[in-house]
Design a binder for this molecule. Sequence first.
Ligand SMILES: NC(=O)c1ccc[n+]([C@@H]2O[C@H](COP(=O)([O-])OP(=O)(O)OC[C@H]3O[C@@H](n4cnc5c(N)ncnc54)[C@H](O)[C@@H]3O)[C@@H](O)[C@H]2O)c1
Length: 427
Amino acid sequence: MITAIIVGAGHRALCYAELANKQPERFKIVGVADPNEFRREDTRRRFGFPAEMMFKDAAELASRGKLADAVINGTMDIDHVPTSLLLLEAGYDILLEKPFAVSEEEVRVLDEAVKRTGRHVMICHVLRYAPFYTRLKDLVLKGEIGEIINIQTDEHVSYHHMANCFVRGKWNREDICKSTMLMAKCCHDLDLITWFMSGVNPVRVSSFGSRSFFRREKAPANSGEYCLIDCPIESECQYSNRQLNLNHPARWGAYVWPQIEHIENPTMEIYEQELKRKDNPYSRCVWKLDNNVVDRQSVMIEFEDGVTVTHNMVGGTSRPCRKIHIIGTKGELSGIMDDNRFSIYKIDTRPEHEYTTEIIDLNNEGDTTGAFGGHGGGDLRLVEDFVSVLEGKEPSISCTTLADSVNGHLIGFTADRARMENRVIDM
Ligand SMILES: NC(=O)c1ccc[n+]([C@@H]2O[C@H](COP(=O)([O-])OP(=O)(O)OC[C@H]3O[C@@H](n4cnc5c(N)ncnc54)[C@H](O)[C@@H]3O)[C@@H](O)[C@H]2O)c1
């Protein structure tokens, strides 16, 4: 039985902790550390551990020595390294949320602490565990498409995701949350790229991007300052809080209404009242906030073996999706994760033919998502793998150790520097 303590009992950590309910014979949550009293009590109620296993933060937990095998570190980006350093010294193995660091210096410090303490640290790069990407990796490893020549990835961040997390939300200002949009959103894609390129180092990076749409001068004529308070055109605005949130309270509820999470089954009046409070950033017009992260960004990477890679992040799209196209010397893999289906293209030299297409449809292979949580089924598969590693078993091909996750983050930091300094950077 592997035991774990939740550090930062927010939305993400509780998703991972769900494995304890699904596999109680293997995994048990035995404590919580969080400055938020409601979250501490709520976590204790969910998992039934004694009151003395509640701690006001990571530092208090670490000061008590080792009380479980591991911690699930679901704190915010800026707290990942400072809290993990204390927990490593206390002897914990860590399942650590992404982005696991907010600077190259933090990557170095954490990497050094992990090597020195010899603990297991696994990063929540959950997409590696989604069957869609695991199958692609397996085919690449088996040589199905030969040597990789080029990789193209795209992440389309939908209009509601963009507005709720990166314009009105808690990742809307680099100077406060310390993560750029690229790192907060696409460290997954950069991780997937380095995973497919495993063992080969990136050597050069360039990037372009800007915040071009979500600016005051782009606001529609006659719009107000506060969406549900003074906006005469609210009913026809696609970014209205009514359209984005009141009509879909469950969709981004954990982000939009954390201040009322203690209320069981809030009424629509309560939800609406919160969005009419001027001190709540979610009440503001989407074009008139103090957000400063980009709403589009493209990254180009060259690896030491000459492989070229492009990644596009586009915010505000109608359809949310992640796309990938891997081109090799013997074939191509191409698909959209959200379709849970991809194609394999091969050269076909027969007369009247050009190429063959084989479609791998994971939807026909049983429940590949629902039973294993969000991110295409990656969430709980990741925790299962973490537990397996702590049980001493062989890690899966998706295993996201810190050492194996460093290159993706370093590309992200370098790309943001390249974008801001308008130059190509040698890594
Ligand atoms: N893997 C993914 O795909 C994915 C998806 C979304 C978010 N995330 C990441 O997950 C992390 C958590 O996001 P969230 O929305 O669940 O955050 P959240 O704000 O809901 O939860 C963070 C919790 O940490 C607590 N906390 C703050 N300081 C602490 C300390 N010193 N010790 C212990 N607890 C402390 C806060 O009180 C809060 O309850 C972020 O880094 C985010 O970028 C990852």
